[in-house]
Each structure stands twice: as structure tokens, then as C-alpha cells.
Design a protein around this ligand. Structure first.
Ligand code: KIV
Length: 272
């Protein structure tokens, strides 16, 4: 017996590939908890990413490296409970897949079993191909991530635009093809020249989702907290802020404090 809600047509990896074929752009945003997952899903986003950017925006770390597998599982479980339509992709955190493909599969299975997410995202190309293939062989859909890979910040030394030099661009194109041939259903390209991203998107049959990778790709992803202005200290050129939620919350909270201090809250109607 199926326990799925038959009235809602869920986004699947197959539907995303069809969207690319039709030229329909794909929207993707992050979420890290139940309430935000439900809001993002209700607004019609196609893919919800439980990103390891939670390490920055939720935990307050300066990089994505410290977030653990247990912490990612806790967040992803909460998001999944709020989502009815979107495809939920969970980031595999730093240290859970790079060293050894058997450990990678064990981490992947834990995430899938404990969170009920739909698929996983891993950063890297050739270096992690064995892990990607082993995870795929267990029937778990995988999304690749190339270009700026925040888990490798200590190797790069900065969050500057990647693949501007020919050798790095050539490696990125090779890696993108390797990931597609291995069976990945999609690819994120982060902070690379728009022309290169467009070339990759046109060469691959799987959807390519960009962040700071221009408009020639098959879809876009942003970090929710950045695009609604909950965070204000991060302003790369590629970020469009659609709201000033920090300002709105600040005003609301100041108003509440003032009402409590003055005795205006609670009123007679707000008590029993
Ligand atoms: O963790 C994250 O939010 C991401 C996006 C920036 C693509 O990987």
C-alpha cells in the first residue's frame, strides 16, 4: 500500500531531466528546517537543498567543514517532514565520503535511511568518482558539484571565481562528463565564468544548476537566508536579495520589546 499523497505530483530526477529537454528552467533553494522547508515547498521551488551551508548560516561557522553527518541528518529529517512536492537533495558533509568509497556508501545509506531525503550531493570530480559510483550502485541518486567547492576552501585559500584558467576549465569539463557518464542526475556549478557554465550545460544531457554561473545553465540555486536577506554580511555579485527579512524581524522584535516594557502586551484580549 502506498503512503504517498496521490494528489501531489512530486518532482523526481526524471522530471528534472524532462524539464531540461523542454527548456524549462529549474528553481532550487536551500532549507534547513521544517518551517522553512514547508515555506519553500509551498512557494513552488523544484529542488530543496539541505546544504552544508547550514554550517555557516545555521551554526555560525566560518566554513562548511565543521558540520557533521549527525547534524546534517538532524536538519534533513526536519526539512523532509515539511516538503510535499519538491525533490529534497541532502549534502554529504566534509569527511563523510572523500576518504574511502565504502565509508562513503555507509554515510550515504545512513542519510537516506534516517532522513527520507530523495538524493545526495557531493563536491568533486575524478577524485571522488569511486565514491560516486558506489553510492549510485546502491540505487541512490547523486548530484555532482564542481567549480567553487567550499569544502576545499583550505586548498584554494579563497572563495574567488574558479576555472578562469584554461587548465582548470578543461578539468572541470572533463569532470562534468565523468559525473554524467557515472550516472549522476544533475550537477551544480558554483562561481565559474558564465561562458564555461553554458558550454557545460550544452554538452551535458543532465540538468546543470548554477550559483554565480550565469544564465546559460538549466536552473539556479541560492542560499535561502541570503536571498531573503536574513543574512546581510554576504554580498557576492551573483546574489540577488529578494527581501530584507533581517530588517523586518528586527523591527518586529523591537516593537515586541517596547510593548513588553510599556505593559501594552499582553492586552486583556491576549490573556485567559
Ligand atoms: O551548501 C549549499 O548551500 C550549496 C549551494 C551553495 C549550492 O552547496
Amino acid at each position: 500500500m502506498s503512503v504517498h499523497n496521490e494528489n501531489i505530483r512530486r518532482v523526481t530526477t526524471q522530471r528534472l531531466i524532462e524539464m531540461k529537454k523542454r527548456g524549462e528552467k529549474i528553481s532550487m533553494l536551500t532549507a534547513y528546517d521544517y518551517t522553512m522547508g514547508a515555506i519553500v515547498d509551498n512557494a513552488g521551488v523544484d529542488i530543496i537543498l539541505v546544504g552544508d551551508s547550514a554550517s555557516n548560516v545555521i551554526c555560525g561557522n566560518s566554513t562548511t567543514l565543521p558540520i557533521t553527518l549527525d547534524q546534517m541528518i538532524f536538519l534533513a529529517k526536519s526539512v523532509v517532514r515539511g516538503v510535499k512536492r519538491a525533490l529534497v537533495v541532502v549534502d554529504m558533509p566534509f569527511g563523510s565520503y572523500q576518504g574511502n568509497s565504502k565509508e562513503a556508501l555507509a554515510s550515504a545509506i545512513r542519510i537516506m535511511k534516517e532522513t527520507h531525503g530523495d538524493c545526495l550531493k557531493l563536491e568533486g570530480g575524478e577524485e571522488i568518482l569511486e565514491s560516486v559510483k558506489r553510492i549510485l550502485s546502491a540505487g541512490i541518486p547523486v548530484m555532482g558539484h564542481l567549480g567553487l567547492m567550499p569544502q576545499s576552501i583550505n586548498k584554494y585559500g579563497s572563495y574567488a571565481v574558479r576555472a578562469q584558467k584554461e587548465t582548470e576549465a578543461e578539468k572541470l569539463i572533463r569532470d562534468a562528463h565523468l559525473l554524467e557518464e557515472a550516472g549522476c542526475f544533475g550537477l551544480v556549478l558554483e562561481k565559474i565564468p558564465a561562458k564555461l557554465a553554458q558550454q557545460v550545460a550544452s554538452e551535458l544531457t543532465i540538468p546543470v544548476i548554477g550559483i554565480g554561473a550565469g544564465n546559460g545553465v538549466d536552473g539556479q540555486v541560492l542560499v535561502l537566508h541570503d536571498m531573503v536577506g536574513l543574512t546581510q554580511d554576504f554580498s557576492p555579485r551573483f546574489l540577488r536579495r529578494y527581501a530584507n527579512m533581517q530588517g523586518i524581524m528586527n523591527e518586529a522584535i523591537k516593537h515586541y520589546v517596547s510593548d513588553v516594557k510599556s505593559g501594552d502586551f499582553p492586552s486583556g484580549m491576549e490573556q485567559y
